[in-house]
Design a protein around this ligand. Structure first.
Ligand SMILES: *Cc1c(COP(=O)(O)O)cnc(C)c1O
Length: 428
């Protein structure tokens, strides 16, 4: 058997992977489930491009699901990563890179005073919930149907069939007691939130929301709804958690908190904050954050937390994100979106598909241009996406392999890449 790194046939690779790993993958979406094909194995990335095991290249619109805002192997990040790795890559002790990154973030984000780093967005959310429960002495959490917050037990919860607000686990293995403490409502449903708080507001530790929901399609919320969540949580002594794992450093440096001017109690970050290395973070005001051990009684820890290599890559990425970067990203993304729209118009099988876009995020979907809740998403999305995905793949264009995932661009998706996209979409 060849070393996997030298095998070019993806079907052979996937067959081997399925023997030693459940479903052949280390995260379910990677399996291309529902797409009637086996997953590609990627061996190299550079700028806006990915190469598969056969050497075919793709314009990448997944970008590792968001972290790579400067593109693959951005020279600025690579240089710093090599310097950092040459000093040793894990000490399990205090070291200067995490301090640099924390100071940098606290200086650039006016709504936080302290931050703690961990290894993933899931861990960040898990810690934020524990912190909220510890600080309030309450146990219930309100989340919204259509928001994804990682795979902590308390958040693998979907709407139940009973009363508004009732929930059931969306995965096996979640104890009923855990599910019972998670309340769930539809996005953009002010009345529902109001009724729920009237009933049991003083049992709710926190409201958690993706202020720009981007894990079940792109479902932008009315600003007034987000402001309302701030008011009602304050009124009842519950905390407001903005899960900015995707939106943070993506839609603006300060994410949706910056865009809306809302001061949440806690924020969770991931993805871009590590520049493509495994990093998550919880941030907030000092008074609240110091409930965490070793000062406070809320425990949280990590052997590899604030790993110096990851901290260095995060810092190298974030220090390159200026106002101009966000203008550039938006401009480039709009050009890309226009090309996809032209492509849909030109090919009858894609008529009715639209491309909605916020900053450097986009989403191809049916139905009206702007959707706010999951039940507004047309039921045929999976079938329509499958056809589009395969067609684009053949043309050397890679979207995240699921119709509910959004597309991401990077600073590397420049005019040159846009011209190449135009060719690959046969729009010349
Ligand atoms: C990706 C994501 C998470 C989970 O982060 P992981 O690093 O995959 O654990 C949590 N919340 C949101 C909003 C996300 O987009």
């Amino acid at each position: 058997m060849k070393p996997a790194t030298q095998e070019t046939n993806k079907d052979l690779l996937f067959e081997r992977a399925r023997k030693v790993t459940p479903g052949g993958v280390h995260s379910p979406v990677r399996s291309f489930k529902g797409l009637h094909t086996t997953p590609l194995f990627f061996t190299r990335g550079q700028g806006a491009y990915l190469w598969d095991s056969t050497g075919k290249d793709y314009i990448d619109f997944c970008m590792s699901f968001g972290p790579l805002i400067l593109g693959h192997r951005s020279p600025e990040v690579e240089k710093v990563a090599i310097e950092a790795i040459a000093r040793g890559w894990s000490f399990g002790a205090c070291e200067p890179y995490s301090l640099e990154l924390a100071e940098y973030l606290v200086s650039r984000l006016p709504f936080i005073e302290q931050i703690r780093f961990m290894n993933s967005g899931t861990e960040a959310v898990m810690t934020a919930l524990r912190l909220a429960r510890g600080a309030t002495g309450r146990s219930k959490i309100l989340k919204f149907d259509g928001c994804y917050h990682g795979h902590a037990d308390a958040l693998l919860i979907k709407a139940g069939s009973g009363l508004a607000g009732t929930a059931e686990a969306s995965s096996q293995g979640i104890p009923k007691g855990v599910a019972d403490d998670t309340l769930i409502l539809e996005l953009n449903d002010q009345q529902g939130v109001e009724d729920l708080f009237k009933r049991i507001g003083n049992e709710i530790a926190a409201i958690i929301i993706e202020p720009l929901p981007a894990n079940n399609g792109l479902l932008p919320q009315e600003k007034s709804f987000l402001h309302f969540l701030r008011q009602i949580s304050q009124k009842y002594g519950a905390l407001l958690i903005f899960d900015e794992v995707i939106s943070g450093f993506r839609v603006a440096f300060g994410g949706m908190a910056e865009i809306t001017g809302i001061q949440p109690d806690l924020l969770t970050y991931g993805k871009i904050i590590g520049g493509g290395m495994p990093v998550g973070a919880v941030a907030g005001p000092r008074k609240l954050m110091e409930n965490l051990a070793p000062i406070g009684g809320v425990y949280q820890a990590g052997t590899l937390s604030a790993n110096p290599l990851a901290m260095a890559c995060g810092l190298a990425t974030l220090t390159h994100l200026t106002d101009q970067t966000y203008n550039l990203l938006q401009e480039q993304t709009q050009n890309i979106v226009k090309l996809f729209e032209e492509f849909m118009a030109k090919n009858t099988q894609y008529h009715g598909l639209k491309v909605s876009c916020v900053g450097s995020l986009f989403w191809i979907h049916g139905g009206p241009m702007t959707l706010h809740r999951i039940r507004e998403i047309p039921a045929d999305i999976a079938i329509r996406f499958r056809e589009l995905f395969q067609d684009l793949l053949n043309r050397g264009i890679y979207l995240a392999p699921n119709g509910y995932e959004v597309g991401f661009t990077s600073t590397a998706h420049n005019q040159h890449v846009c011209d190449e996209l135009k060719q690959r979409l046969a729009l010349n």
